[in-house]
Design a protein around this ligand. Structure first.
Ligand code: HEC
Length: 130
């Protein structure tokens, strides 16, 4: 009698343990997948919250430029901007401002869509934040 009770208790407990283990595994798996997806898609680099111009530039970049130039400025439809590329190609920031304001080939013009302050901010962000 005693051993029967014992067996039936074990039978009830085991399946539940398996379910708990299975759902813990599912949670770990989905967290891992989410982490991998985040790492692959990349994120616009953070800037110091003390620097209002860079914070604005990052915002402008995130809203307008990421689709073509990539979250980290690595390029895509648009050219690579990060790792000092824009500083090398445009030693004078005013020339880089002009490309963004007036556009160039497939690069859209942003005059009228962004204020001068916003363009200046995104110029700084691409030079210093990417
Ligand atoms: C529709 C896609 C697209 C969007 C959106 C876009 N760009 Fe571009 N951008 C391009 C392409 C394509 C080029 C290359 C133009 C060429 O040289 O023919 C380019 C070139 C540039 C260049 C010059 C790079 C170099 O080394 O000569 C800068 C700077 C730039 N983009 C900044 C920006 C910024 C800042 C934004 C957001 C405000 C932006 N772009 C949005 C497509 C885009």
């Amino acid at each position: 009698m005693a051993s029967q009770t014992c067996r039936s208790t074990t039978d009830q407990v085991r399946p539940r343990r398996r379910r708990v283990a299975a759902s813990a595994f599912a949670v770990v798996t989905s967290l891992t997948v989410a982490a991998i997806l985040t790492a692959c898609s990349g994120e616009v680099p953070e800037v110091s919250s003390d620097d209002a111009v860079l914070v604005l530039g990052r915002e402008v970049y995130s809203r307008n430029c990421v689709g073509c130039h990539g979250a980290e400025g690595q390029g895509g439809t648009g050219s690579k901007l990060n790792e000092g590329t824009v500083v090398a190609n445009y030693p004078d920031p005013a020339d880089q401002f002009a490309v963004i304001a007036n556009g160039k080939n497939q690069m859209p013009a942003y005059t009228g869509r962004l204020s001068d302050d916003e363009i200046e901010a995104v110029v700084r962000f691409t030079r210093e934040g990417l």
